[in-house]
Design a protein around this ligand. Structure first.
Ligand code: MN
Length: 479
C-alpha cells in the first residue's frame, strides 16, 4: 500500500458527497415542471415560493428514482422521514430546505470501483434543490464585489438525491473513478442526466490527511468541483495545502472551501457549520415515507443491467479488458447495445468496439447509423479486403451520411487491400531501390523502417496495409 501514500508518508482520506437532480417531469413537492434552461421564474408555484398555506405533496416518481439509486448502490431501502433544515439563503424562500436527516431512505451501501476497490456508501437521501442566484458585476461571478444579484426559482424544489460516501477513498484517482462510475450508474438506471457542466450532478469533497493508522485528521469540505478532472485537481491541491500547514506547525481548521478551477486552488468560503446549527426538526407537513416491501421488490425486479455487468458482457464478446478505456467509455455512453446489434448483424465484435468508440464520441445514446452498415465494414477490414486506413475513411463517410454500403463505397473509391504476393513484390522493389535504408534497417536502426514503409505505401497508392508491410519487412530482415 506504500504507493497510496503521499510525500513524507502522509495518507489521503476522502469522502465524497454527490448531489444529483432527478429526471422527473415535475418537482419534488409540487406539479411545476422540472426543466433546465427555461425562462427564469416560469416554473414556479405557491409551494416552490413557500407562500403561506402552501402544502408539499411528495412526488412518487422521485421516490422511485431515489430507490433505484439506492438499490444500484447496494443500499438497504428503509422507512424514512423528512426534516426541515433551517437556514436563510436568498434563493430559498421558505428559509428551510426539506431534506432527510436521521432516517434517510437508503443506507449502508457500497460502490465497487472498476479496479475492484470497494467504497462504502453511508446514505443516499431525498431532498429539494434551492433556486439559483446569479451575481452581476463582480469579477468572477461570485457574490463578493458584485453590484446586484438575480434570483431564478425554477430550480427551487427540484428533486435531489444526496449520495454520501464513507471516507474510504485514498487517492485522487480513486475519487475520479468513483465519480465516473457513479455517473455511469445514474445514467444506466435513468435516475438523472448527471451533467456536471449543467449542475445536475454536483460533487463536494471532504478531504483530510493523516499518518496511516492514526485517527482521522480535521477535514475541509471543497465545493464547486464541476468536472471529473477538477475533482482530482482539487483533492491533490487540498491535500498538499493541509500537509504543508501541519508540517509548518499549524493546525487545519474545519471549514468549507471553494475550488477555483482557473487559479487551480481552494479559498476559504466559510468556517464549517455543524448539524446543530441547522435546527433540524421533523417536517410537520409530510407523513413518514415508508415504501412497502412490495413496491421495493417491484423496483428491484425492474432494475436495468448496471454498468459493471454490461462491461463484463462487452468484454466477453469483444475480448477487450473490462477496464479498457474502450469498454468503459462505450458503456458509459450507453452504446454497448449497439455493438450487440452490430454483432447480431454478422459484424466483428472487436472491430465494432473500436469503430464505435472512435466514430460516435459525440453521441450519448445509440448511434443512428444502421448496425448492418457498421457490421459490413468490420467484416471487410477483418477479411483484409481493405486496409485499416481505408476502413477509417469509409467509417467517417458512413457516419457523416448516417449510413452506407461499405462494399459499394469501397468499390467507388477504388479501395482494395493488396493481396499478400503483390505486397511482397512491392517490398522487394523498394528494398532494391533503397539499399542504404535497407542496410540501416538491417543494422537495427528502427527509424529506417519508417522510410521503407512510407515508400512502399506510396508505391501502392495507399492500398498496402501498413501492418502487413511491416510484418513482411521484419520477416525479410530475419530471413
Ligand atoms: Mn444536501
Amino acid at each position: 500500500m506504500t504507493d497510496m501514500l503521499l510525500h513524507n508518508g502522509w495518507e489521503l482520506v476522502v469522502g465524497l458527497e454527490v448531489h444529483v437532480e432527478l429526471a422527473t417531469k415535475t418537482k419534488l413537492f409540487s406539479g411545476s415542471p422540472n426543466r433546465f434552461g427555461d425562462e427564469p421564474n416560469t416554473n414556479i408555484d405557491p409551494v416552490t415560493l413557500g407562500l403561506p398555506g402552501a402544502l408539499p405533496v411528495l412526488n412518487q416518481h422521485a421516490v422511485e428514482l431515489a430507490m433505484r439509486i439506492g438499490i444500484a448502490l447496494n443500499c438497504t431501502v428503509q422507512a424514512s422521514t423528512f426534516h426541515r433544515k433551517n437556514y436563510f439563503y436568498p434563493d430559498m424562500p421558505k428559509a428551510y430546505q426539506i431534506s432527510q436527516y436521521d432516517q434517510p431512505l437508503n443506507v449502508n451501501g457500497f460502490l465497487m470501483l472498476p479496479g475492484g476497490v470497494r467504497i462504502g456508501v453511508e446514505r443516499a437521501h431525498l431532498e429539494e434543490d434551492t433556486g439559483k442566484s446569479t451575481h452581476i458585476g463582480g469579477a468572477t461571478g461570485r457574490i463578493h464585489g458584485s453590484e446586484y444579484s438575480l434570483i431564478d426559482f425554477n430550480r427551487a424544489g427540484v428533486p435531489l438525491v444526496e449520495i454520501v460516501s464513507r471516507p474510504d477513498i485514498r487517492t485522487s484517482e480513486q475519487a475520479r473513478q468513483y465519480v465516473t462510475e457513479l455517473r455511469a450508474i445514474l445514467l444506466a438506471v435513468g435516475a438523472s442526466d448527471a451533467k456536471m457542466e449543467e449542475g445536475s450532478m454536483r460533487v463536494d469533497a471532504n478531504v483530510s490527511v493523516r499518518k496511516p493508522g492514526a485517527e482521522l485528521g480535521t477535514r475541509c469540505e471543497i465545493k464547486n468541483v464541476n468536472s471529473v478532472r477538477a475533482v482530482g485537481r482539487a483533492i491533490d491541491y487540498e491535500a498538499r495545502r493541509q500537509i504543508d500547514m501541519i508540517e509548518n506547525g499549524d493546525r487545519v481548521r474545519q471549514e468549507t472551501r471553494h475550488w477555483d478551477d482557473g487559479e487551480g486552488r481552494t479559498h476559504t468560503l466559510r468556517v464549517k457549520e455543524d448539524a446543530d446549527d441547522y435546527r433540524y426538526f421533523l417536517e410537520p407537513d409530510l407523513v413518514p415515507l415508508a415504501p412497502s416491501a412490495k413496491w421495493i421488490q417491484t423496483v428491484k425486479d425492474n432494475m436495468p443491467p448496471l454498468p459493471a455487468a454490461r462491461r463484463a458482457h462487452l468484454s466477453a464478446i469483444t475480448g477487450a479488458s473490462e477496464e479498457s478505456e474502450a469498454v468503459i467509455v462505450v458503456v458509459e455512453r450507453g452504446q454497448d447495445d449497439y455493438i450487440h446489434e452490430v454483432v447480431a448483424a454478422g459484424g466483428d465484435a472487436g472491430k465494432a468496439l473500436v469503430f464505435v468508440q472512435q466514430a460516435f464520441a459525440d453521441e450519448t445514446a445509440q448511434p443512428r447509423v444502421p448496425a448492418k452498415d457498421i457490421a459490413a465494414l468490420t467484416v471487410m477490414e477483418r477479411d483484409g479486403k481493405i486496409t485499416s486506413t481505408q476502413s477509417k475513411t469509409l467509417l467517417a463517410e458512413i457516419v457523416a451520411n448516417g449510413g452506407g454500403d461499405a462494399v459499394a463505397l469501397a468499390a467507388a473509391k477504388g479501395f482494395e487491400a493488396l493481396d499478400n504476393s503483390a505486397a511482397e513484390k512491392m517490398v522487394d522493389d523498394v528494398i532494391a531501390a533503397q539499399p542504404e535504408a535497407w542496410a540501416k534497417y538491417c543494422a537495427g536502426e528502427e527509424k529506417a523502417m519508417g522510410a521503407l514503409v512510407g515508400a512502399i505505401m506510396k508505391l501502392s497508392q495507399g492500398k498496402a496495409d501498413g501492418k502487413v508491410v511491416t510484418a513482411i519487412l521484419q520477416a525479410r530482415r530475419t530471413a
